[in-house]
Design a protein around this ligand. Sequence first.
Ligand code: TYD
Ligand code: MG
Length: 455
Amino acid sequence: MAKEKTVFSCNECGGTSPKWLGKCPHCNAWNTLIESVAQSDAPAKNRFASLAKTAEVAVLSDIEASDVERTPTGHEELDRVLGGGMVEGGVVLIGGDPGIGKSTLLLQALDSLQRSGKNTLYVTGEESGAQVALRSRRLGLDHSQVRVLAEIQLEKILATLEAHRPDVAVIDSIQTVYSEQLTSAPGSVAQVRECAAHLTRAAKASGTAIVLVGHVTKEGALAGPRVLEHMVDTVLYFEGDTHSQFRLVRAIKNRFGAVNEIGVFAMTEKGLKGVSNPSAIFLSQHAEPVPGSCVMVTLEGTRPLLVEIQALVDSGGPSPRRLSVGLDKDRLAMLLAVLHRHAGVACMDQDVFINAVGGVRIGEPAADLAVMLSITSSLRGKPLPKGFIAFGEVGLAGEVRPAPRGQERLKEAAKLGFSVAVVPKANAPKKPIEGMTIHAVDRVEEAMNVVRGLG
Ligand code: TYD
Ligand code: MG
C-alpha cells in the first residue's frame, strides 16, 4: 500500500508546505507548521462549485444595498456587541476560555429568539442532548422549543440546516465538527478551516445566521488557523476571570457594527444576566481611602467604566520585581522610567505590583496617569483624597496627553459621586462640571504637585 502523503499546514495563515520548515514560507511565522494528511485533489476540486453563483459585473451605485436587518436576541448586552442583533446570513465566531459561559449564553439567546417566533437550531458536539436539556432546566427555560441536534459530522449538519432552514443556528463547537472529505482529526487546522468555510457558505446561501463557538488555546488565541477570523463577519471574545462573577464579551471584529464594544454579564444561579449599568462594578469598596489605590475612567466601546488601579511598592531584593495584572507589563516599565526621570520618583530598588481590580483588562494608554499616581501613593504610604479620579496618557518626555472623549469620562465619574479629578489639559471641560473640582495638567511633575497639594 502506498504510504499516505502528508503536508504541513500553517496554523496562522493556513498555507501549506510539502516538508516541515521552522518558518512558514507564506506568512513567515515561526513554528506554526503542523503535519496533516494530504487530501487527494479529485473530490476536493469541485467541493465549492455547487454553491458558487456567477454574477455579472455591476456598477457600485447600481447595486441595491438595503440596510441590514437585525434580529435582536433579547439580551441587550449581547445585542450591543453584535451591533444590534443577529444579521441574516451573518456568521459570528465566539471564543473564550472553557467554562466561561459560551454555551450558557448561546442557549439563553436561542431560547429567547425561539420565544420571539424565530426558528432556531442548537448543534452540540461537546454535550449530549440530555446534558443540554439539563442545562436548560437549570437556566429555568421551561418548555423551550429550541431544536437540538447532537452531531459532529459536517455533511449531516449541512443537510439538517438545509431541511429545517432555521433563522439562527449555533454550532457548539467548531473544533468538534469534522468533514468526511478530509481524513484528518476534528479540531485539526484543515478540518476547522474546511468546516467553517462550508458553514459560512451555507449561511450566505440560505440566510441562516450561524454562530460558531471556538476554543481558545493556552496563548489566548482562537484555536485553529487565524483564517477563521477572516472568514466570519463578527468575532466576539469572552473575557474576565472565571473566579469572579462578571464576564465581558468584547467585539474584536464586526462587519455590521462597531468594534471594541463590550457587553457586561454577571454569572448567576440562573445563567448569565446582563449588567446594564456596569460603570461601578470594577471598584473595590474601601470605607476610607487607602494608599496605592487610584480610580480611573476607561472608555470601552460606548460606555465609560470606572476601574480601580491598585499598586503595591515594597522594598525588593537585588533584582526587584515588576508585575502587572490586567495592564501591559512593558508599559509599566516605561512609566517607572518616566516617573524617575521627570518626577524624581525612584523605584529602582523596589518591587512594584500593579493590578486592575476585577480581572478587567485595560489596553488603552489613558490608564497611565492613574498607574503613576497609585505607585507614588503606595511608595509614600499616603492615600489619594476621597472621591479622586485620574486619567490620561503619559509620554516618554513626561507630557500628559489627552484621552479620547474626556468629557464623557468626567461626567460618568461625577454621576457616581467622584469629586476631584486630575486630567490632561486638553480634556479640561469648558464649562465646569457640577460637584467636581478638575485639575488640568500638562506634565507629569505638575500632576504630582497637584496631588501633593491635595493631600
Ligand atoms: P459553559 O456555558 O458550559 O461554558 P463554556 O461553554 O464556555 O465552556 O459554562 C458554564 C459555567 O458556568 C459552569 O462552570 C457552571 C457555571 N454556571 C452557572 O454558574 N450558572 C448557570 O446557570 C449555569 C448554566 C452555569
Ligand atoms: Mg460549552
